[in-house]
Design a protein around this ligand. Structure first.
Ligand code: ADP
Ligand code: MG
Length: 625
């Protein structure tokens, strides 16, 4: 067993680089998971935090359900292989592989067995007496892997292990590592910036950009159903073609008009039309994406002229200029067909394979949605949408940033969080399946909920025997902790439960003042009536607390300098934050409080720029019980 779980993991380097932001991932036992993304997106940092080589700024890391944030690297049962695998030049292959075990004082028979077994797995048994300089690049890389294998770790971490090899060897070692994973049957976490490596090796891929996870899924699903323009264009070679287009209705048909002078329409199949996220996109401009393999050169379609033809063995890449569009489109075609420079031709789009993206936020707007969203009404503590009535439980309200809701709100949940079997602490929805869209990896169910206009979308596994038929009535279950609420685009529920901000304190009275001792800190505030000396409970209100900003933050966000009474200040250290829109929920540690204290502030700043700071508490911000 070797599961790795990351919960809200952040990394902020000294100097303020926020390298990894709110990283959440469940890595299953024996998975081959790949982190991919452009250079600097935080892949190595994440891997190094898992390895224990880099401190975790905020969040939690579990290995086999045990919190290991504070466990030293050597106690984590993992082994890491780096891009620059320095072998000891004066030692033989055998000695290089045995070295780590010797340091750990393994008995020599045990070492001998492990080294020989690893050498067999890697097919380097005949090289054990050689020194590194007598090895090829690929052989050296195997020895580096061998050093990790002999440790028999439950998790392997590999950081761009092939990037020093030449192209041919890289392809070969790719297969070798995949085979190694099958043979060892342990969890692999593999970092690469190379999308081909990611697509060919991973059972699941984590696509990252700017420290943020963009999407996590199997290679085929990422390819078929990218959640945004970045994922769509980062994966796949050559890249997906992106053009601007206008969506319009022609009679009953949804069509896309390219900006060219011809105004030829691309007509979507009916099922595709039904997958458009919102009718608001009709008569609007969007990004239209199509992969080179889903375009064809033919007699009919968008007029174009061939620019360049590139032969690649049995296929060729044709670069064409569509008429009136200032952009080159790439088409993958069979090499047997002959095309030449300046040839006039037409491009045919496979409209069932078209991707559409919002022009502003670049999110995918057709196909499998990222989130199911429904307009709802809140009455007392009941949420009504369509024919559904959900009583908001205290467990759910524990995450709410405010206790009263406006009447109109949006209830949301992710397709992957919808369950088809009854489970504890779930909300129920009755729906009717409208149509099924079979993807390579899963089955997407588009269901209608009575009284609602948009679809409820969920996923079924391929191996699930019970695929519903069209029009079948289904009961679906949404776990309480997966429910998201929005009001005016602001998220109302935090990821974490909010604890009552309460702690025991000692109060002494002195003239018109009261001295409140909390942990190792003191507050001196004007005396309140009916407060006696002795032990009390201090409650800090979530809202109404003022933050003392340091110079760096004031400069960065152009905040005014504000003075607070010195005796009203309390030192806090940030644990995490959760931005809900305009507001920012800060989870802080204060000496004396057992749980995290949650402060909700209007200011838009990040605690990662200011991990330790002071807050000002006046009588309006606290209650003494
Ligand atoms: P990747 O492996 O995806 O290329 P890294 O995890 O190495 O990215 O880096 C992520 C970001 O963190 C980059 O902006 C990088 O400059 C920064 N960074 C990495 N290591 C350090 C460090 N030790 N100190 C400060 N910043 C760092
Ligand atoms: Mg790196």
């Amino acid at each position: 067993m070797s599961q790795v779980t990351l919960k809200h993991v952040h990394k902020v380097y000294e100097g303020g680089v926020h390298a990894v932001k709110d990283f959440n991932l469940d890595i299953k036992d024996k998975e081959f998971i790949v982190f991919v993304g452009p250079s600097g997106c935080g892949k190595s940092t994440t891997l190094r935090m898992i390895a224990g080589l880099e401190e975790i700024t905020a969040g939690q890391l579990f290995i086999d359900n045990i919190l290991v944030n504070d466990k030293e690297s050597k106690d984590r049962d993992i082994a890491m292989v780096f891009q620059s695998y320095a072998l000891y030049p004066h030692m033989t292959v055998y000695q290089n592989m045995a070295f780590g075990l010797k340091l750990r004082k393994f008995p020599s028979e045990d070492i001998d067995q492990r080294v020989k077994r690893a050498a067999e797995i890697l097919e380097i048994s005949d090289l054990l007496t050689r020194k590194p300089k007598a090895l090829s690049g690929g052989q050296r890389q195997r020895v580096a892997l061998g050093r990790a294998i002999v440790r028999e770790p439950s998790v392997f971490l590999l950081d761009e292990p092939l990037s020093n090899l030449d192209a041919k060897l890289r392809v070969q070692m790719r297969t070798e590592i995949t085979k190694l994973h099958n043979r060892l049957a342990t969890t692999f976490i593999y970092v690469t910036h190379d999308q081909t490596e990611a697509m060919t090796m991973g059972t699941r891929i984590v696509v990252m950009k700017d420290g943020l996870i963009q999407q996590v899924d199997t290679p085929i699903t990422l390819f078929e159903n990218p959640t945004n323009l970045f994922v769509a264009t980062f994966l796949g070679s050559p890249q997906m073609n992106i053009l601007k287009a206008k969506l319009v209705l022609e009679g009953n048909k949804l069509v896309a008009l390219l900006n060219g002078d011809e105004k030829k329409a691309i007509v979507f199949p009916d099922q595709k039309k039904r997958q458009l996220a919102s009718k608001d996109y009709i008569n609007k401009e969007v990004y239209l994406g199509i992969r080179p393999e889903h375009l064809e050169l033919s007699e009919e379609g968008i007029s174009a002229e061939i620019d360049v033809v590139e032969q690649l063995g049995d296929e060729s890449l044709i670069y064409v200029k569509p008429k009136g569009i200032d952009k080159i489109i790439i088409i993958k075609a069979k090499a047997s067909e002959r095309y030449k420079h300046k040839q006039k031709i037409a491009i045919k789009f496979d409209a069932s394979k078209i991707h559409l993206f919002d022009l502003e936020n670049e999110a995918s707007i057709i196909g499998f949605p990222h989130e199911n969203r429904f307009q709802a009404k809140a009455r007392n503590n009941t949420l009504v949408f369509g024919k559904n009535e959900w009583v908001l439980s205290s467990k759910l309200l524990d995450r709410a940033v405010q206790k009263t809701f406006e009447e109109s709100m949006v209830v949301a949940f992710k397709p992957e969080d919808v369950l088809v079997k009854k489970a504890d602490n779930c909300y129920k929805i009755h729906a009717k399946v409208d149509f099924i869209d079979e993807k390579s990896d899963y089955i997407a169910c588009f269901a209608k909920v009575e009284g609602l206009s948009n679809y409820l979308v969920y996923r079924l596994k391929k191996e699930d025997k019970k695929v519903p038929t069209n029009e079948e009535a289904v009961t679906l279950y949404i776990p309480e902790d997966k429910v998201i609420l929005y009001q005016n685009n602001e998220r109302l529920l935090l990821k974490e439960k909010i604890y009552p901000n309460e702690a025991k304190c000692q109060i002494k009275l002195k003239g018109e003042k009261m001295i409140i001792t909390l942990g190792n800190q003191k507050l001196i505030l004007p005396k309140q009536e009916n407060i006696s000396e002795g032990e009390h409970t201090l409650r800090i209100k979530q809202e109404g607390v003022k933050v003392l900003f340091n110079k760096k933050i004031r400069k960065k966000y152009k905040f005014e300098k504000v003075r607070y009474p010195k005796n009203s200040l309390l030192k806090v250290s940030a644990y995490d934050e959760d931005k809900t829109g305009e507001k920012n929920a800060l989870f802080v540690k204060i000496n004396g409080f057992e749980q995290y204290v949650t402060l909700i502030v209007e200011n838009n700043f990040t605690v990662y720029d200011m991990p330790v700071f002071k807050i000002s508490l006046d009588l309006d911000a606290i209650e003494i019980l």
